[in-house]
Structure formats: C-alpha cells, structure tokens
Design a protein around this ligand. Structure first.
Ligand code: SF4
Ligand code: MG
Length: 336
C-alpha cells in the first residue's frame, strides 16, 4: 500500500516564560524526533497519557502548527511548504473530527446549512447539487433527511458526533484525524460509531488517524499503533503484536491497566505504572522512561535507546529489546 503521510524526525518545541524571572525562557519539548509512515487504508492509532504530545502531533499533522524541525510529508510533498491552492487542496484532503460534540457545533445553525458550509467555502455554487451532496452524506452517516432543517440543540450526543463526521466527509477527504472523537459518548454509541467508521472507510476509501488515550478503542479499530511517552514514540507496531506481545515496558504497563486481555505473553506484575511522568521542561538523561521503569538498569541512565526493529514493521525504544533483523526483502523492515 502506498504511503500517504510520512513523518521524518519531527520535533516541536514551545517556549514559555519562566514564572520567576524576567528574561528566562523554558523550552518544552512537546514532540521529539518522531518518524513513522501511514499507509493508505490504515487506521493508525496514536496513544499515550495526557501530556505525551499527541495533541501537538495532531496539530502538526493537520498543519495547524509547523514543526520546529523535521518534515511532514503528504504523498511525498512537504506540507510545510504548501501555499495557496496547494494548501486549500490539503485542507480538503485531510479533515479533523474533534472531541467535543457539544462545544463544536454552532447551536443556531440548522444541520443542513452547517454541512453546506465547507462545500461553499470550497467553491461549490449550485444549490441543488449542494443539497444533494449534503443529503447523500447525511444518509451515509445515519442522519435522517428530516434533520436538514433542525437545529443541533435537541439532538443526542451520538447524532451530534455524526454531524461532525458528516461535516468532515462532505468534501470527500482522503484522511480523517479523529481526536478523542468518541470520548464523550457512552459505550453503546461508541460501538455504533466504530461500526460506522469501518463502513465509511470502505465506501470513502479513507485513511484514519485515531488519537486517543483509550487503548480498548484503539485495539478495536486500529491496524497499526504508535505509543507515545514524553513526546517520543516508544513503540510502533501492528495491532496484534502490540496487544499480545508488546516490546516496551511502558506499553506493558499501559496494557496491564486494561481490564481484560485474553492472552498475555508477558508478566503484568513486572510492569505496573507508578507516579507521574517527569516534566517535559526537564527531561531525564538516558531513557525518558527510566524514572518509572521497573526494569531500568545502569545503561538506561546515560544512553537514550532508539527504536529497534523487533521483526517486520515492529519497533520499540528500549535497551532490553534485542534487535531482530527484518526479513531481507520486506519493504520497510529497517525503518519505522
Ligand atoms: Fe526501562 Fe531501560 Fe528499557 Fe528505558 S531502556 S524502558 S529504562 S529498561
Ligand atoms: Mg492532549
């Protein structure tokens, strides 16, 4: 499958004034040297605790921010260099579905009008054609045509989230970024929407990026997952491998906190997660996970582990991972 999105050593730094000094500035390294590829048709999960850099990564991926260093490529072109028509095309191609269905919909705009807006902004003019397109997308996400003239006020959380999805779909995008899209819904609604996402993926030929703290959700929908800790990707793996044979102690700790997993090939009691992550202003030397890692040893104190291949397309950044050579003719065995 072709690569749609590529990140190459992407880093983002925020500079914040020190509270107790007039001139001093703290550097917050929100995203650190992130490298991975997303392929057409992937449901790519980005997971981690709050503050791990996933929201920053979401803003970088959707070009709401430009990175401090590194490259983000869409079909091989640097999205940081897009201007004018190129940028408009990118905005159409990649859509964001946000977290809060109650905060993000204008209360006094009828559903249909709301869905017409992106089309008008992208130059659609014919009222009949616009209406047909909106009704088609409403049907595809399970919204009744009668809702065209309704205000979103009286609608359920699930219906409102469908409106958000429809608003992202109406321009026929290639990539949808779902930022905690299902967090505000109850479980029954979540399951319904996950089914809907799978159906839409086939019908619209979509590539998904799910940004979430919810591992159970990610396990259900994602084929490939990046686990982030303190701004860095510490593990990158196919779904099966990540959930049944994780390579990084941090991933193991996150999974141990999940209610039920059918099979475990690791000892969960080795890897319970204590304490808080260190401040991103003052990162530890060596491995960034060492302050919470039950398996840390002397090397972890000084040397920062890089992502090591654990067979084809699976990587973990830990000194305890013994690198397995990728099969010789695999396409991307050697590189995330
Ligand atoms: Fe733990 Fe060391 Fe591996 Fe870091 S490199 S995760 S501290 S064992
Ligand atoms: Mg966040």
């Amino acid at each position: 499958r072709e690569v749609v999105i590529s990140l190459r050593d992407v880093s983002q730094i925020y500079r914040v004034k020190k509270r107790d000094s007039f001139a001093g500035v703290n550097e917050v390294r929100a995203v650190r040297d992130v490298t991975f590829d997303i392929r057409r048709g992937d449901s790519f999960g980005i997971v981690g605790e709050s503050g791990c850099g996933k929201s920053t990564l979401m803003r970088l991926l959707s070009r709401l921010e430009l990175p401090e260093s590194g490259e983000l490529l869409c079909h091989g072109g640097d999205i940081g260099k897009l201007r004018g028509k190129g940028l408009l095309d990118f905005r159409k191609r990649l859509q964001l579905v946000l977290q809060d269905p109650f905060g993000s919909l204008p209360p006094r705009t009828a559903v249909g009008r709301m869905l017409e807006e992106p089309l008008r902004a992208h130059g659609w003019r014919d009222r009949k054609v616009i209406r047909e397109r909106v009704l088609k997308v409403m049907g595809d996400v399970g919204l009744a045509p009668e809702l065209y003239e309704e205000l979103p006020l009286g609608l359920s959380a699930g219906q409102r989230q469908r409106i958000n999805v429809a608003r992202a779909l109406v321009l026929d995008p290639e990539i949808l970024i779902m930022d905690e899209t299902l967090s505000a819904l109850d479980q029954t609604e979540q399951f319904k929407l996950l089914d809907l996402f799978q159906k839409l993926q086939r019908e619209y030929d979509l590539t998904y990026i799910f940004i979430s703290h919810d591992l159970a959700m990610v396990r259900k929908v994602c084929n490939r997952v990046a686990v982030m800790y303190l701004g860095a990707v510490v593990e990158l793996a196919e779904n099966e491998r990540l959930f049944f044979d994780p390579g990084h102690p941090y991933t193991k700790a996150l999974l141990s906190a999940m209610p039920v997993l059918e099979t475990r090939r690791y000892q969960p009691e080795d890897c319970l997660l204590d304490g808080e992550p260190p401040s991103p202003i003052d990162l530890p030397t060596g491995c960034c996970f060492k302050t919470r890692c039950p398996l840390a040893f002397d090397k972890c104190d000084t040397i920062s582990p890089s992502l090591m291949a654990r067979g084809n397309r699976n990587f973990a950044a830990c000194h305890l991972v013994t690198s397995q050579a990728a099969p010789p003719n695999s396409q991307s065995g050697g590189q995330p």
